[in-house]
Design a protein around this ligand. Structure first.
Ligand code: 3PG
Ligand code: MG
Length: 389
């Protein structure tokens, strides 16, 4: 794989696809800027080499324009971090964007508006790919966290451009995972959680091969709880349940272990909780929501990781953004930090939760990718990497 320092960028327009999909609060304020900081070496390199630097990213999952998901606050934070102007353009393609880029001088930086404001991005639409590709001479993928997506700016664009190489963040991430995967120290445990169910369930089949134990919390745990026959009043699509059954029967033929929550923190409302109680998983009151793992589950999980040597963690155990629902995730973070294992944390949200639990310094490696890290560790190719020169 070639990297940004292997190609000529002087006086060239360089499109750097970043993953600036940072956690934000209700008002759109950035709550953790780690993904921005991790992208700086590549951006600074391009500036120092006197390239015309065009930065691009998505934020959230908008279905069209959405003011709350504008990259305005990202451009402001980047200005502070870089110490130079970062002009936010009103869109990511089109005549006005092209005009602004044509007027750039070497060493200047602009940021395109949220790529996903245009539906062509997630559809990898050929016309959108073409409009993006017109903007630059050189394509750099520095968005490790998005490299598992077959999207226009990750896959279509580098595929059509002559020069498409990787940034330094990609180099760092891939290098780290390779080191771990080539020779994993066992026992190896995977802790999975979070809400992106479809993504994660697919990767799990492969992850199972690598892991000696799997612990599942968060929203992801519920279809498995249903799969082992507990009545919790939830239903899932045939597609999800088929995969769950497949995973459960794979487990029966090995001595690998699966751990699921035995109790949960439940609440009458996710956004405006009036009542909260800890209950066994089978006893979540009708209409209530499981919002965190309970104390018995924290104990179960922390005992399960006591003797392991490598821990890969992707996905929080509950809605940790809300202080009321964060205790399970944070308690587990303390146990993971205290373990004697090599600890690898994957994901924007998971990393954010680890920072909030004040344990970031006690982890082995914190990846900027969640789904991407999971896919890489599961041994599946990442489209965004496969397509580079
Ligand atoms: C992430 O946060 O996992 C990446 O930025 C990708 O975002 P996505 O899951 O919305 O594609
Ligand atoms: Mg995320």
């Amino acid at each position: 794989m070639l990297f940004i320092n292997n190609v000529a960028v002087y006086n060239k327009t360089v499109f750097i696809r970043c993953d600036f999909n940072v956690p934000i609060d209700q008002d759109g304020q950035i709550t953790n800027d780690r993904r921005l900081k991790e992208s700086l070496p590549t951006i600074r390199y391009a500036i120092d080499e006197k390239a015309k630097v065009v930065l691009a990213s998505h934020l959230g999952r908008p279905k069209g324009r959405d003011a709350r998901l504008s990259l305005r606050n990202v451009s402001k934070r980047l200005e502070t971090l870089l110490g130079i102007d970062v002009l936010l353009l009103p869109d990511c393609i089109g005549p006005s964007v092209e005009k602004a880029i044509n007027a750039m001088k070497p060493g200047e930086v602009v940021l395109l508006e949220n790529l996903r404001f245009n539906i062509g991005e997630t559809k990898n639409d050929p016309a959108f790919v073409k409009s993006l590709s017109r903007l630059a001479d050189v394509y750099i993928n520095n968005a490790f966290g998005t490299s598992h997506r077959l999207h226009a700016s990750i896959y279509g664009m580098p595929k059509t451009m002559k020069v498409a190489v990787a940034g330094f963040l990609l180099k760092k991430e891939i290098g780290y995972f390779k080191k771990v995967l080539d020779n994993p120290i066992r026992p190896f445990v995977s802790i999975l959680g979070g809400a992106k169910m479809e993504d994660k369930i697919k990767a799990m089949k492969n992850l199972l091969k690598l892991s000696d134990k799997i612990l599942i919390g968060g929203k992801l745990a519920f279809p498995f709880i249903v799969g082992i026959g507990k009545k919790i009043g939830l239903e899932y699509s045939d597609d999800i349940m088929e995969t769950v059954d497949e995973i459960l029967s794979m487990l029966k033929t090995t001595d690998k272990k699966l751990y699921l929550p035995v109790d949960v923190v439940s609440s009458d409302d996710i956004n405006m909780p009036h009542a909260i109680k800890v209950v066994p998983v089978e006893e979540i009151p009708t209409g209530w929501h499981g919002v965190d793992i309970g104390p018995a589950t924290v104990k179960l999980f922390s005992e399960a990781i006591e003797d392991v040597r490598t821990i890969f963690w992707n996905g929080p155990m509950g809605i940790y953004e809300n202080d009321l629902f964060s205790r399970g995730t944070f308690s587990l973070a303390h146990h993971v930090a205290d373990s004697y294992a090599l600890t690898i944390i994957g994901g924007g949200d998971t990393a954010d939760a680890i920072y909030r639990s004040d344990e970031a310094e006690n982890m082995g490696f914190i990846s900027t990718g969640g789904g991407a890290a999971l896919q890489l560790i599961s041994g599946e190719p990442l489209p965004g990497l496969e397509v580079l020169n």
